[in-house]
Design a protein around this ligand. Structure first.
Ligand code: OOB
Length: 525
């Protein structure tokens, strides 16, 4: 299944320069199992299970055969909604083996998101556990299947054993073609699916490994939902696998859970969003009996890490800090492990690849040098269009991806993230599309009009404030009622507004558009 290709001359360059090496995800796992150095090494471990590379590879073959017996075919898109457990890795690699296309959804997604995602992907099946942490994933999958005609199957992620069948021989995937669909952090209500190829994604993983010092001795802990690009590939679980290291998974990032895994498995590296980094730092500063001595690198990304927090992480946890500024669409920037401490604590690093191009522009697309300005990028692992060409305006005509982030460049070329255009709230790394939430709020019977903006928050960085004009000024809706309504409409919990403000009318810009800027100023005041 071909996806929007890079221009032929760039593709040829990336191959000639050895960036795209023609390897598939399935090749990666097979070569780890075939290599005597990694074959019997722990590939993946959670609190209940542990598999070596040989065991994982063998189970993947047999699960893939079971998927085929269920009717899953090459190129089928399959929604994967599995919390951080060993069966996540088994299911995803079994799909890779039979050349089906995983669609990486988060455990927190609900029908409000998944219906649109399943439709856009043309998904044929959903793999999720029956139940997890008290939530009925089976019921959610049934709801999706009832609303999306193409979805005809649900597969129980907790009972992959029931599918084990005799391994089949499968054709090898074409590394230049679509490997999976990743979800965009999103500034619109329409789900934008991100088509990534084996070639481009594996390049980003291997290059990340070089910069992050990932080797066969690395034990990478994923506590963030592993479907997200950061713990997936920056360098994440795929980095650990490429290097023949170990993937450790915990369902919760709470120190009491994650640190037990750190001590038990000798975790060397993990990635956190800033609010979690703060929780870990403050917990460690207060004193802990967990043995964290194996931890070498903690990465922080997904949202802006305050400089003050960045300075405390290393000393508190006895680690080296690495800041990561990335996006599921491609570009990932890292501070280097040997950068001066000031660079590590005050910047979000620089692009990982010499072939990444970045430029800063103003609202009219005019170059603004070192900025501040809107960041645009293109390169060997940044997509050049969304799946089925959704949201073409996110790309400039010459292939540059418009990130929407406002950044500045330091004299050394490091990026400092200043904010965004304002259509998206970054709630500690979890992105809320203002447009999507506004659409939901507008269907509330007591709401005449709605605007969603970000409000600064010391813990999450930003929280979500919904400005509402009430239908009946004497009977305005309240926060609890609005949150219940949005939840019942099927949006993920993190998208519920934190604050509701009732207002008589919205401030306008000169041309009669509602001014989000003025609303943010009112809030800040
Ligand atoms: C990561 O990916 P997404 O797709 O969930 O979100 C991307 C957006 C960026 O455009 C930016 O607005 C924000 O998240 N962001 C940051 C940041 N890292 C991401 N803003 C400020 N400082 C940072 N360090 O979030 C993602 C993907 C791969 C690696 C790391 C994060």
């Amino acid at each position: 299944m071909l996806v929007s290709p890079w221009p032929p001359e760039l593709e040829a360059k990336y191959r000639a320069d050895g960036l795209w090496v023609g390897e598939t995800f399935d090749d990666v796992l097979r070569s780890r199992a075939d290599d005597p150095a990694s074959a019997d090494h722990t590939a993946v471990v959670d609190i209940h299970r542990r598999l070596t590379y040989v065991e994982l590879n063998d189970r993947v073959s047999r699960i893939a055969a079971g998927f085929v017996e269920l009717g899953i075919a090459p190129d089928d898109r399959v929604l994967v909604q599995i919390p951080n457990r060993v069966c996540y890795v088994e299911a995803v690699f079994a799909l890779f083996r039979l050349r089906a296309i995983p669609v990486f959804t988060l455990p927190a997604h609900r029908a409000g998101e998944l219906v649109g995602i399943a439709r856009a992907a043309g998904a044929t099946a959903i793999i999720s556990p029956r139940e997890d942490a008290g939530f009925d994933y089976r019921g959610l999958a049934d709801t999706i299947a009832a609303q999306v005609d193409s979805v005809t199957r649900w597969i129980d992620a907790d009972d992959l054993d029931a599918l084990l069948a005799q391994p089949l021989e499968h054709d090898r995937a074409n590394p230049a073609e679509l490997a999976f669909l990743q979800l965009s952090g999103g500034s619109t209500g329409i789900p934008k699916l991100i088509p990534r190829t084996h070639d481009d994604y594996l390049y980003s993983v291997r290059r990340s490994n070089e910069l992050c010092g990932v080797t066969a001795d690395t034990v990478y802990l994923a506590t963030l939902p592993v479907a997200h690009n950061f713990p997936m590939s920056s360098p994440g679980i795929l980095g650990a696998m490429c290097a023949g290291g170990t993937i450790a998974l915990t369902a919760s990032p709470a120190p009491s859970v994650a640190w037990e895994m750190v001590a038990r498995e000798g975790v060397t590296m993990t990635g956190l969003v800033p609010p979690l980094a703060r929780l870990w730092t403050e917990t460690a500063e207060a004193g802990t009996s967990f043995d964290l001595s194996s931890l070498d690198v903690i990465q922080v990304g997904g949202a802006r890490c305050p400089d003050e927090l960045a300075r405390r992480i290393g000393p508190a946890l006895g680690v080296r800090l690495q800041q990561v500024f990335g996006m599921a669409e491609g570009l990932v920037c890292y501070t280097r492990l040997d950068d001066p401490i000031d660079v590590i604590t005050t910047t979000q690093g620089r692009p990982m690849s010499a072939d990444d191009q970045v430029r800063l522009v103003d609202e009219d697309g005019v170059d603004v040098g070192a900025g501040p300005g809107f960041l645009e990028t293109q390169g060997p692992y940044t997509i050049r269009s969304y799946w089925l060409d959704a949201s073409p305006s996110s790309f400039a005509t010459d292939g540059w991806y418009r990130t929407g982030d406002v950044v500045e460049l330091t004299a050394e070329g490091n990026i400092v993230v200043r904010g965004r255009g304002g259509d998206r709230v970054n709630r500690g790394g979890e992105k809320v599309s203002a447009e999507q939430l506004e659409e939901q709020l507008l269907t509330h019977p007591a709401v005449r009009d709605a605007i969603v903006v970000a409000v600064a928050d010391p813990y999450l960085g930003e929280r979500t404030c919904a400005y509402l004009i009430a239908d009946d000024a004497d009977n305005p809706p309240n926060l609890a009622g609005i949150r219940r309504f949005v939840r019942e409409n099927g949006l993920a919990e993190w998208k519920l507004p934190d604050i509701v403000k009732i207002i008589d009318e919205f401030p306008e810009t000169g041309v009669g558009k509602v001014s989000r800027k003025k609303l943010r100023e009112i809030l800040a005041g």
